[in-house]
Design a protein around this ligand. Structure first.
Ligand SMILES: NC(=O)c1ccc[n+]([C@@H]2O[C@H](COP(=O)([O-])OP(=O)(O)OC[C@H]3O[C@@H](n4cnc5c(N)ncnc54)[C@H](O)[C@@H]3O)[C@@H](O)[C@H]2O)c1
Ligand SMILES: O=C(O)C1=N[C@H](C(=O)O)CCC1
Length: 269
């Protein structure tokens, strides 16, 4: 019996699911005890290693999340909003740490995650990388220092399979800018401009999304005023940065009380 914590990965066949499987296996800090995919997926019932094109691992991909979660200390979940809402309840039942990387939630879905966090540690962030979480701090500081005549625009670019916009990261950065400026992002954001939009509202935080090819994730926060412009940029070139952050969060969560946390808490920023 190994003394490192057992982790379950949901959405195992996905881009992040597979990256997480490699990250956990190579970490020496946790062991993979379960791998979950949606019912009907061709990987369900197969050995994970074989499904990923390698040697057998002894972990059989399942579509029964509760059975998998019951064997684990932590669940790492990069799937889709509806699935994550279900997994939150099951992680709470299993008293497992729930690391949520999923993005694209509606505000009411975010609110619906809270009851589960009374029984489990829930760590959610639209971006689990160290660089982006540091960037949110910089954005907040810069926004605080500048008056509302500095327009703030967040421009993000991702691969052509991404289904949500603006990205979770862009929303994190926009929220940090709003906090720095002392306003709520809700009611002060502009996105999807097209046609005769009228002039930009002073004090608004704008969002633009680019989708193409295999872009892992790029974010610019532009502060623009008459005569000058300041641009803060993060470029992700490898999904491993998100997986490493998620594993760090899972391990950190083992020592926390039930509740809702983010990567700023995990990283102590
Ligand atoms: N927070 C971060 O750092 C970060 C980083 C990368 C991606 N993401 C987010 O993670 C999510 C997944 O991204 P991806 O690129 O891996 O997507 P993907 O489409 O490659 O993978 C998602 C996987 O989830 C599976 N899934 C969906 N519903 C399920 C269910 N009910 N049960 C089990 N599995 C289910 C799908 O079958 C798929 O394999 C997205 O929301 C993305 O924005 C977040
Ligand atoms: O590939 C994705 O999808 C990503 N999603 C997160 C987001 O929405 O910001 C993080 C970057 C990659």
């Amino acid at each position: 019996m190994s003394d490192v914590p057992g982790v379950v990965i949901t959405g195992i066949s996905g881009r992040m699911g597979q990256m997480l499987a490699h990250t956990v296996a190579g970490s020496g800090k946790a062991r993979l005890v379960g791998a979950v995919e949606r019912a009907g997926h061709s990987w369900v019932g197969q050995d994970l290693g074989v499904a990923m094109g390698g040697a057998a691992t002894g972990v059989i991909v399942t579509d029964d999340p509760l059975e998998a979660f019951a064997k684990a200390q932590a669940v790492i979940d990069f799937t889709a909003p509806a699935a994550t809402l279900e997994f939150a309840k099951l992680a709470a039942q299993a008293r497992a740490v729930h690391v949520i990387g999923t993005t694209g939630f509606e505000p009411e879905q975010i609110a619906a995650l809270e009851p589960a966090s009374r029984h489990s540690v829930q760590i959610r962030a639209g971006n689990m990388s160290l660089g982006v979480n540091l960037l949110t701090k910089l954005v907040q500081t810069v926004a605080q220092a500048l008056d509302a005549d500095w327009d703030i625009e967040v421009v993000e670019a991702h691969h052509n399979r991404k289904v949500d916009a603006p990205s979770g990261t862009a929303l994190m950065l926009g929220k940090a800018a709003a906090e720095g400026r002392g306003i709520a992002l809700e009611g002060h954001s502009e996105s999807g401009r097209q046609g005769i939009t009228g002039a930009r509202a002073e004090g608004a935080i704008g969002f633009s999304s680019i989708r193409g090819g295999d872009i892992v994730g790029e974010h610019d926060v532009i502060f623009a005023t008459a005569g000058e412009r300041l641009v803060l940029r993060h470029i992700a070139t490898d999904r491993a940065i998100f997986a490493r952050g998620a594993l760090k969060a899972a391990l950190w969560g083992l020592d926390q009380k039930p509740g809702q946390y983010d990567m700023i808490d995990v990283l102590g920023l």
